[in-house]
Design a protein around this ligand. Sequence first.
Ligand SMILES: Nc1ncnc2c1ncn2[C@@H]1O[C@H](COP(=O)(O)OP(=O)(O)OP(=O)(O)O)[C@@H](O)[C@H]1O
Ligand SMILES: NC(=O)c1ccc[n+]([C@@H]2O[C@H](COP(=O)(O)O)[C@@H](O)[C@H]2O)c1
Length: 173
Amino acid sequence: MAKRVLMPGRFQPFHNGHYHALRSLLEEYEEVVLAVGSAQEGFTCQNPFTAGERLEMIDIFLKHEGLRGRVWLIPVPDIRMPLAWTTHVLSMAPKVEAVASGNPHVLYIYKWAGLKTIELKLHEPSRYNGSRIRSLMLEGGEWRSLVPGVIAEYIEAVDGVERVRKVCSSGVY
Ligand SMILES: Nc1ncnc2c1ncn2[C@@H]1O[C@H](COP(=O)(O)OP(=O)(O)OP(=O)(O)O)[C@@H](O)[C@H]1O
Ligand SMILES: NC(=O)c1ccc[n+]([C@@H]2O[C@H](COP(=O)(O)O)[C@@H](O)[C@H]2O)c1
């Protein structure tokens, strides 16, 4: 069986920081399972992209990078029980040896549940974070250079910037 690691996240959208983390995990592990969290969300200000769109944009990127065979993509809806959520994710993923995250809460609950955890070293987090990228989209700032080129193209193809503006101004957070 392949040596795998789980990396959960919302990927709203997938950005260069995520890619940096993915590359470093692929140095140690044969495969990475990206759990696309809050999968029930979409068309809100915090979660403008649907699970399907996030899976599709990441898949296009993986194909572009020649990484499709090494990265699994699974959508995972939230459940309002943090400790049960740890096994909820694992129950839908191919078997992993460890869980990687930069989120202290996620690391804490997986450690408590007995899993091996890996704390991700955040790559330029003040530049590369989803909240900032969504704010830049909202304000008409420069966000394209913060995500891989094919992700920027995908966001433009689905009118993502216009969507962020619409859902953020309608008060759907
Ligand atoms: N700049 C970064 N470098 C490396 N890892 C990152 C970076 N930003 C986020 N991550 C990690 O990637 C995983 C998924 O992150 P997530 O989708 O929540 O992104 P985010 O950019 O932190 O999102 P948001 O600002 O929308 O909450 C988490 O473990 C997170 O810590
Ligand atoms: N109880 C729960 O449903 C629960 C607990 C912890 C993380 N999560 C989800 O895991 C994903 C990863 O979170 P971060 O991107 O903040 O690291 C998010 O989609 C988050 O909502 C869900």
